[in-house]
Design a protein around this ligand. Sequence first.
Ligand code: 6GU
Length: 235
Amino acid sequence: MKIEVLTIFPEFFREVFDFGIIRRARRAEIVGINVYDLRDFATGKHRTTDDRPFGGGDGMVFKPEPIFNAVEKILGTTEREKYPPRTRVVLLTPQGKVLKQALAKELADEVENLVLICGRYEGVDERVNEVLVTDEISIGDYVLSGGEPAAIVLVDALVRLLPNALGSETSAANDSFSNGLLDFPHYTQPRDFRGLTVPEILLSGNHAEIEKWRRQKALEKTQKVRQDLLNKENG
Ligand code: 6GU
């Protein structure tokens, strides 16, 4: 997968894509990530990327031109119908569809070229949405100052789902949410840590019983903190 990030804060991404799973996936060429400064696509003396909203109101709005210019440069066109196959242009804003594991999986499975436009809280000129954007995504019901942290979250969630991104020691199939439940509790050495002991069942070697225990704990945890996940339509 190729991921192109459009942002007014390219520095924000400098280090985060250079650790752990993402770093390894980039080195193995499982994913290629480029970060672009929207200012480089702005025109005019001051190369501004935003301006005041028509109709009045607080805050600034991203102008359409730098974003159109950037998408045209990256994809060769600003017509959705002419995008290369398996291309999505995602606008990260609080107005988007909320990211869930199922959406991450869909994108990981179906997309070859992913363009991420980091919006800003006050807004992005709607013509970007009307013409360029294929998916508008939010990462949850809270306010971020910009789409940058959301882009990082989305990239991380996607990259770990790409074939061979995880080492053989880990598997996305065992992750929380992949089975619709939260994860079960984990323990490691020592068996007795300051009088806090590990559940006996985990030391029993009885894998069928351990499996049952884990499933039960996952269910209890989910019931306790995320009842909504147990209603199937929220998966
Ligand atoms: Cl994608 N952007 C902003 N600004 N705030 C958010 C968000 C995105 N997702 C949740 N809150």
